[in-house]
Design a protein around this ligand. Structure first.
Ligand code: ASP
Length: 452
């Protein structure tokens, strides 16, 4: 007999079906026991006309006949509320002990460490289950949109070289080359630019990015971005492509976007009007209904002074200055130079950022000089980019919208862990598995490492 999914019982009235799933809950009336059976499609009520030893969360297989419920017993709260299944045969596939955490509520009151230790149970919680499914749907819609627009999906390496993307790297020791290290990518920035040199013109990747930063509710060690890059474009082209994608995807997911086209603010205007470059311009009512307020922020200063009084970049060292500032920049001006960076914000979060890249080795070298790199260092660290740009590089630019934050705004969740299957705790411990963890001395030796 073929398995029927719970929600397909609706199409099988008066037929005998084979169902498989978890006992979501049970209501025992002595000689008659009701359970809600849960599978990936939803729940259906199963009726046993004799005593039945079942615990919630047992995994079972049930053969039974689907019948229509009398009008007054219809349960409007569930999709299959107009039917129930009269159990004829029950097999228990796996018994479940009492769960260490409740899963039938919202779960937010449970201690984070316990939730993440038992994340595989936590994920059974309807809210989280829904969030993770929505995430998959969201990524699928973005992918489809990009494929339709002639983008191709290309993977770039995870073991790569440390570069100054702005955060601390996670590093991986090399076994074969003692004393040397790979860095995990903070973003595929340089590879995607090299793919433009290679002539692919429209690239994307659902890319994992790793940054060893202090953790916050909206920032983890790992995040996923829809990493995109396009050739022969100006900033308006990348912004238009991204905007059209999100209007399409968010509306497909039933969301209402308050302002279309997305308003564009200069950095100066944003600071004047909202006091910040991330802002939420929704009214309280719009917030309550979780409407979407997207906006762009542009015309950021390229450089600012860090706490030691040294010049640092505000966003991305590979960006091009705005066209009108390029000559001034090459002549030595720093303070007033604006970058071609564009940030996408939604409901108060920065949900993506990108820029037109500098494809002129002179400008790129000058940026690194301003950042305090000596010419020799520039060659050592970025020589591969400067060289690549000597062999015919198209004008190009891109963006990297963040999947985690976009899911937070879609779901109205305020913590990233609610939209990530296996997040780390706020102290950097992984879900379920206990990492970071010590490694044994043999492994350390192989990696030419000593711990102190
Ligand atoms: N690489 C940038 C980042 O990860 C995004 C981009 O400019 O495409 O923030």
């Amino acid at each position: 007999m073929q398995r029927t999914l719970n929600t397909n019982t609706l199409k099988n009235i008066n037929k005998t079906v084979l169902l498989k799933g978890w006992v979501n809950n049970r209501r025992d009336h002595g000689k008659i026991v009701f359970i809600d059976l849960r599978d990936r499609s939803g729940v259906v009520q199963v009726v046993f006309n004799k005593e039945t030893q079942l615990n919630t969360e047992d995994v079972v297989e049930i053969i039974g006949k689907v019948s229509k419920r009398p009008e007054k017993l219809v349960n409007k709260n569930i999709k299959t509320g107009s039917v129930e299944v009269q159990a004829e045969k029950l097999s228990i596939l796996s018994k479940a002990k009492t769960l260490p955490i409740p899963i039938d509520n919202d779960g937010k009151e449970i201690n984070e460490e316990i939730r993440l230790k038992y994340r595989y149970l936590d994920l059974r919680r309807p809210r989280l289950n829904k969030n993770i499914r929505l995430r998959s749907k969201f990524v699928d819609l973005c992918r489809q949109y990009l494929f339709k627009n002639d983008f191709i999906e290309i993977e770039t390496p995870l073991l790569t070289k440390s570069t100054p993307e702005g955060s601390r790297d996670f590093v991986v020791p090399s076994r074969l080359q003692p004393g040397k290290f790979y860095a995990l990518p903070q973003a595929p920035q340089q590879y995607k630019q090299l793919l433009m040199v290679a002539g692919f013109e429209r690239y994307f990747q659902i890319a994992r990015c790793l940054r060893d930063e202090d953790l916050r509710a909206d920032r983890g060690f790992e995040h996923t971005q829809i990493d995109m890059e396009m050739s022969f474009v100006q900033r308006e082209d990348v912004m238009a492509m991204t905007e059209a994608m999100f209007i399409h995807v968010f509306e497909k997911l039933g969301k209402k976007i308050i302002k279309k086209p997305f308003p564009v603010y200069s950095y100066k205007k944003a600071i004047e009007k909202f006091g910040a470059d991330k802002f939420d311009f929704r009214s309280d009512k719009e917030k309550k209904e979780n409407l979407m307020a997207f906006a762009w922020v542009v015309d950021f200063p390229f450089f600012e002074k860090d706490e030691n009084g040294k010049w640092t970049y505000t966003h991305n060292p590979f960006s091009d200055p705005l066209p009108e500032d390029k000559q001034k920049f090459l002549k030595g001006e720093i303070q007033g130079i604006k970058t071609s960076q564009y940030d996408l914000i939604c409901n108060g979060y920065e949900v993506g950022g990108g820029s037109i890249r500098s494809n002129d080795p002179k400008i790129l070298s000058r940026v690194f000089e301003v950042l305090g790199h000596k010419p020799k260092d520039i060659q050592k660290k970025f020589g591969h980019m400067l060289e690549a740009f000597e062999y015919g590089v198209p004008p190009h630019g891109g963006i990297a919208p963040g999947v985690d934050r976009l899911l937070m705004v879609l779901t109205g969740e305020t913590a990233m862990r609610e939209v990530v299957a296996f997040p780390t705790t706020s102290s950097g411990q992984t879900s379920v598995m206990d990492a970071p963890a010590e490694i044994d001395s043999k492994q350390l030796k192989e990696l030419h490492l000593k711990t102190i």
